[in-house]
Design a protein around this ligand. Structure first.
Ligand code: PNS
Length: 160
């Protein structure tokens, strides 16, 4: 079975991430969206919340699973018997970081290939950080994130 792992912080999932998941689901037999437990950056949402928001966004993708991981990504990919890592590319600015990460992962696990998928142009400017900034300041985030995320972000804002 052709299995791909789509790893990330997903803090929170945006419509850009969702677009990549849908594209990957058409290319692979199974796609595992793998939420990093403890990203380097302090997450706004804990991993359980991040997973719940992804779950709510992908019921239409039958070959997509959601999981979490810790430690090295390549070790996790091996445990899942996957051979591909999917990453989304928005603009040229993503390239340096993605290039470094893909080659570092290849150095550690040459049998695993990183596959880059371009998001739809309408999401090419979108990032989780900007979505959080807009939500915190009361801006409109509809159309940028799945409905469950918009609801959760508005709730978090209301609690402050
Ligand atoms: O959504 P992000 O924050 O860009 O995702 C980054 C992520 C989680 C894919 C990356 O930080 C990662 O793979 N972390 C696990 C640790 C690891 O394997 N590091 C070595 C490769 S850079």
């Amino acid at each position: 079975m052709k299995i791909a792992v789509y790893p990330g912080s997903f803090d929170p999932i945006t419509n850009g991430h969702l677009d990549v998941i849908e594209r990957a689901a058409k290319l692979f037999e199974k796609v595992i969206v793998a939420v990093i437990h403890n990203p380097e950056k302090n997450p706004y949402f804990n991993f359980k919340e991040r997973i719940a928001m992804i779950k709510a966004a992908v019921p239409h993708c039958k070959n997509v699973e959601i999981d979490s991981f810790d430690g090295l990504l390549v070790d996790y990919v091996r445990t899942k018997k996957a051979r591909s890592i999917v990453r989304g590319l928005r603009a040229v600015s993503d390239f340096d970081y993605e290039f470094q990460m893909a080659l570092t992962n290849r150095k550690m696990a040459s049998e695993i290939e990183t596959v880059f998928l371009m998001t739809d142009y309408k999401y090419s400017y979108l990032s989780s950080s900007f979505v959080k900034q807009i939500a915190r300041r009361g801006g409109d985030i509809s159309g940028l994130v799945p409905p469950a995320v918009a609801k959760r972000l508005m709730k978090a804002k209301g609690a402050k």
